[in-house]
Design a protein around this ligand. Structure first.
Ligand code: ZN
Ligand code: ZN
Length: 411
């Protein structure tokens, strides 16, 4: 049994060694919540031990965003500082590793007007677009790990004391990130290899579309021409290093065709989007675009997301996660996309990843778009997986074969 201290230390090491795969001589850009200083400082110490010439640390406080959403004059919500973008872009272009420590109150922003939040988010995404472009194409290695911030833990375990809730959330984070085992790096290597087998099987079948069926869901997701299935990690354009962008990660994913999605999908978990909870929602697609939607909670936030731009109404990712995945088996609802998306099959509204297209980082965007690659300022995952989900794959010759039955791999 490892102590809390050892597990937190493992998480810091994993984020650097497996997550961004930091190389000696490479700078690190590290963003984390003010509540997470304990982990941020450990990562800084290890990064210097590993030969980082400089670690640029930036602390964030989500309450500052809430205050802006509530107090700022209306006309100022459409702005975002270009100087900040240039600062971050400089680091990204140079190839500094980018490590984000997440963890937030899942519905903090519910105290603000969703239309005002949507304006803020749209402006930020627009100004930061050159940075997110580099992230989506794996220009530099990047990763996200989460910190058990108390407001998040309280939301997950409302009946427990704050201390007990935080301890329980830490247990879940350590378990999902394999920070609680004696040899975590080796455990990750084995895990990445296993995910690679599912990815290879899907690529070998070369499906042209997936048909998803579950209660409330009957959706045909055409896959982009020249799509390729990805899992676990990828190689950074700037230094070729193999990095793992999400810790945890349990998914095998690819790019849907932006114009070939039709039918209805019902979400199986609430979505925390920009600090606003969206729950009990369904989306109906025609020719790739959302033409109708409803939500029991957070409909205005969902509207704001869909109105980000034209591409926000189309899909940029379909990801398969077996229902027996360890995070799903924990039975916990995290209200946090990094965890919930790795517990269930999911789709993403918005931009696709170049890495899910054959030679995607080498081809011009117009070429990718001609194959069905979706473009947008946003990329937001939502979950549709459950033990009641069946998926069939369609092949170019018109055949079909089972891909998942009852939420589990069928091959
Ligand atoms: Zn995903
Ligand atoms: Zn995604």
């Amino acid at each position: 049994m490892l102590t809390f201290d050892q597990k937190l230390d493992n998480l810091a090491s994993l984020a650097l060694r497996v997550g961004v795969n930091l190389q000696s001589g490479q700078r690190l850009h590290l963003i984390g919540p003010i509540e997470g200083a304990e982990l941020v400082r450990r990562i800084v110490a290890k990064a210097y031990d590993m030969g980082a010439p400089y670690v640029q640390v930036q602390y964030v406080d989500d309450h500052v965003g809430l205050i802006r959403a509530q107090r700022s004059a209306e006309e100022h919500l459409d702005g975002y500082p270009e100087g900040y973008r240039d600062f971050v872009l400089g680091m990204a272009e140079r190839g500094d590793a980018y490590l984000r420590v997440g963890g937030e109150d899942p519905d903090l922003m519910s105290a603000a007007d969703p239309a005002r939040v949507a304006r803020m988010v749209r402006a930020q995404r627009g100004v930061m677009r050159p940075v997110s472009d580099l992230v989506q194409r794996s220009h530099m290695p990047w990763t996200i790990v989460d910190y058990a911030v108390p407001a998040w833990a309280r939301k997950m375990f409302p009946d427990l004391s704050e201390a007990d809730a935080v301890a329980k959330l830490w247990d879940a984070i350590f378990s999902a990130t394999r920070a609680d085992v004696e040899a975590p790096i080796e455990a990750w290597e084995a895990h990445i290899e296993q995910l690679g087998r599912a990815r290879d099987a899907l690529n070998a079948h070369a499906f042209t579309a997936l048909r998803l069926r579950a209660p409330g869901t009957d959706l045909r997701v055409g896959l982009a021409d020249t799509h390729t299935w990805e899992s676990g990690g990828q190689h950074a354009e700037v230094n070729g290093a193999f990095f793992v962008a999400n810790m945890p990660t349990e998914e095998v994913f690819t790019a849907p065709h932006a114009g070939r999605v039709s039918g209805t999908v019902r979400a199986t978990k609430p979505l925390s989007y920009q600090g606003q909870l969206i729950d009990g929602f369904s989306l109906t697609f025609e020719d790739g675009a959302v033409v109708d939607f409803s939500a029991e909670r957070g409909e205005a936030a969902l509207q704001g997301l869909l109105d980000t731009d034209e591409g926000a109404r189309r899909l940029g990712e379909v990801a398969l996660v077996p229902h027996s995945s360890p995070i799903s088996q924990s039975g916990l609802l995290f209200y946090n996309t990094l965890f919930d998306e790795n517990a269930a099959c999911h789709l993403a509204l918005g931009r696709a990843y170049e890495t899910t297209m054959r030679d995607g980082t080498k081809r011009p965007l117009a070429d990718l778009e001609a194959d069905g690659f979706n473009q947008s300022l946003t990329h937001v995952d939502f979950m549709f997986g459950s033990e009641a989900l069946d998926i069939d794959g369609e092949t170019a010759d018109g055949g079909t074969m089972p891909v998942m039955r009852g939420g589990e791999w069928a091959f």
